[in-house]
Design a protein. Structure first.
Length: 336
């Protein structure tokens, strides 16, 4: 099998389309890479090394071989990537497969037209305008690929690195971002994606609107969508293919006009303070209103992040708070 055929097979493996015998061949190849002690090779030697190990295992596996329990496709690819990282070229080879799988989706949309590729090689954010009016702000070192003009019923782009998206609303043509095994689907909103190739996780953080996030290997996206609202994030753990929803690390005020009138309190019932924070950030804050009936707050919480605001409030009334998923739970014995 030549390198192009091997590349095609690994793409099938990644997408979950490989047969039982093909999966066995790929698993055996990864095991051969695991067992290799030599980690420092010239580039030409590394390519020979990869191909040689493939030829050794390609003829040894048949459909009748007994197969060991196989972990998920994403887990196996992530584990292999860590192993092959040590030999340099192998890591580059596998990451290219992931990128090519994403690019293949875009090519299907654009036909034979070339994709546009923008890389931020500066030290400042780079704003990229798309044909539908949407914009992508790339962090330094990040890259986005997209068709020169969106056609069909989907708008699809590929991201490598970190970027902030502002998507033009179009309910008839959803906007999809492919980023290292994670797919983010929106109709019109703003959000940040962090999907660096060298990291074990990918994140999506929503600022406005709603987005649906799912694994790229999921065949039926609607069955596995994780829906995010503003100030929520999804974290994709590549090693075990988990998607976890939680609060954004740094929640932002969703109603900027409220900044001037909120966050300055004078002998204000604490229950009211929590309700105002709930409203301004769009984050549910649970508390025992009866326990807080005698608690008041006099403080200026302006220009403070939510975490500092909660710390100051809880310190003043002897309370504590805990973040549970996308909610905040306040516990207090009350005030005299």
């Amino acid at each position: 099998m030549d390198p192009l055929q091997l590349r095609a097979l690994l793409t099938k493996y990644q997408n979950g389309d490989a047969s039982a015998s093909e999966r066995a061949q790929v698993d055996a190849w990864y095991d051969a890479l695991d067992a290799e002690p030599e980690l420092t090779r010239a580039a030409s030697d590394k390519q020979t090394f990869i191909e040689r190990h493939w030829q050794q295992v390609a003829g040894q596996i048949s459909p009748s071989n007994t197969m060991r329990p196989m972990p998920t496709v994403v887990y196996r690819l992530a584990a292999a990537a860590v192993v092959v990282l040590g030999i340099g070229l192998g890591w580059y080879f596998l990451m290219n497969l992931a990128r090519e799988a994403d690019s293949g989706r875009l090519t299907a949309q654009t036909g034979k037209r070339e994709l546009v590729s923008k890389t931020n090689e500066s030290s400042q954010p780079l704003r990229v305008a798309l044909s539908d009016g949407s914009t992508v702000t790339l962090k330094p070192g990040s890259r986005v690929q997209y068709p020169p003009r969106f056609i069909g019923n989907r708008r699809e782009v590929q991201l490598m690195g970190e970027a902030f998206f502002e998507v033009t609303k179009n309910p008839e043509r959803p906007f999809l971002v492919y980023a290292n095994g994670l797919v983010t689907k929106v109709l019109g909103t703003s959000f940040t994606i962090v999907a660096d190739a060298g990291k074990p996780t990918a994140e999506v953080v929503v600022r406005t609107g709603r987005v649906a996030v799912y694994r790229q290997t999921d065949k039926q996206e609607n069955e596995s969508d994780l829906v995010l609202k503003p100030n929520e994030k999804a974290t994709f753990f590549r090693a075990d293919s988990r998607l976890v929803k939680s609060l954004a690390d740094h929640p932002v005020v969703l109603r900027p006009a409220a900044i001037k009138t909120h966050f300055v309190f004078d002998d204000t019932p604490v229950a009211r303070v929590f309700r105002e924070l709930d409203d301004v950030y769009g984050i549910h804050i649970s508390f025992d209103e009866q326990a807080l009936v005698n608690c008041t707050l006099t403080a200026n919480l302006a220009n403070q992040p939510l975490s500092a605001q909660l710390d100051m409030i809880c310190l003043s009334i002897g309370a504590t708070y805990q973040i549970n998923g996308t909610r905040i739970q306040v516990s207090s014995r009350g005030c005299p």
